[in-house]
Ligand binder design. Structure first.
Ligand SMILES: O=C(O)[C@@H](CO)OP(=O)(O)O
Length: 227
């Protein structure tokens, strides 16, 4: 069985080197081009999908739409879930990564960005950009809506979606595309590849490049490659 993951194309805040998290920012022109090229490449290689999953953030949804459109499959059903959102970066959201490193040190920023269980500074739930004040999460219990996440917490909210939605679709024979975010995909990769808490720190997922997993019947990765 195969599974195709793709991190959204470059966003405008990726281009400006800003922490993004749950802030809903658009794709940059480069990001749109990356998504278009990815869709064309998937079409050239004959990849067909029966179901697509994405987050509730514009950059991933647009990437999913563009990839499907460029491969002549915009009709494919899509399921959107907050559980595939990027890791919530708390108070760091909107801050310049370089300036943050100058203020707190490179090591602290490296830990905030890539450690498994260190939380970023938490966002005030009263903040205008808090997810508590965003209609798309209004259906969630207040204690489920994050004010900041690390990869461990991100994995804990991604995995139920994997077990309840994505894995059953794959096991039923559906060809699945997941268009999501750097850290929600790192969380999925950690699970699929059984990567250790220590080793996950070293995993990076580039924007806009289709990542293909060949899975065994237990949905463990037996092969992975970028198209
Ligand atoms: O800012 C973010 O939301 C993420 C992904 O763009 O950045 P990082 O790669 O530092 O986790």
């Amino acid at each position: 069985m195969e599974l195709v993951l793709i991190r959204h194309g470059q966003s405008e805040w990726n281009a400006k080197n800003l922490f993004t998290g749950w802030r809903d920012v658009p794709l940059s022109e480069q990001g749109i081009a990356e998504a278009q090229a990815a869709g064309r490449k998937l079409a050239e290689k004959g990849y067909q999908f029966d179901l697509a999953f994405t987050s509730v953030l514009t950059r991933a949804i647009k990437t999913c739409n563009i990839v499907l459109e460029e491969s002549g499959q915009l009709w494919v059903p899509q399921i959107k879930s907050w559980r595939l959102n990027e890791r919530h970066y708390g108070k760091l959201q909107g801050l310049d990564k370089k300036q943050t490193a100058e203020q707190y040190g490179d090591e602290q920023v490296r830990i905030w960005r890539r450690s498994y269980d260190t939380l970023p500074p938490l966002l005030d739930p009263q903040d205008e950009f808090s997810a508590h004040n965003d209609r798309r999460y209004a259906h969630l219990p207040a204690d489920v809506v994050p004010d900041g996440e690390n990869l461990k917490v991100t994995l804990e909210r991604v995995l139920p979606f994997w077990h309840d939605q994505i894995a059953p679709a794959i096991l039923s024979g559906k060809r699945v595309l997941v268009a999501a975010h750097g850290n929600s995909l790192r969380a999925l990769a950690k699970h699929i590849e059984q990567i250790s808490d220590a080793d996950i720190m070293g995993l990076e997922i580039p924007t806009g490049q289709p990542l293909v997993y060949r899975l065994d019947d237990k949905l463990n990765a037996v092969e992975k490659f970028y198209l």
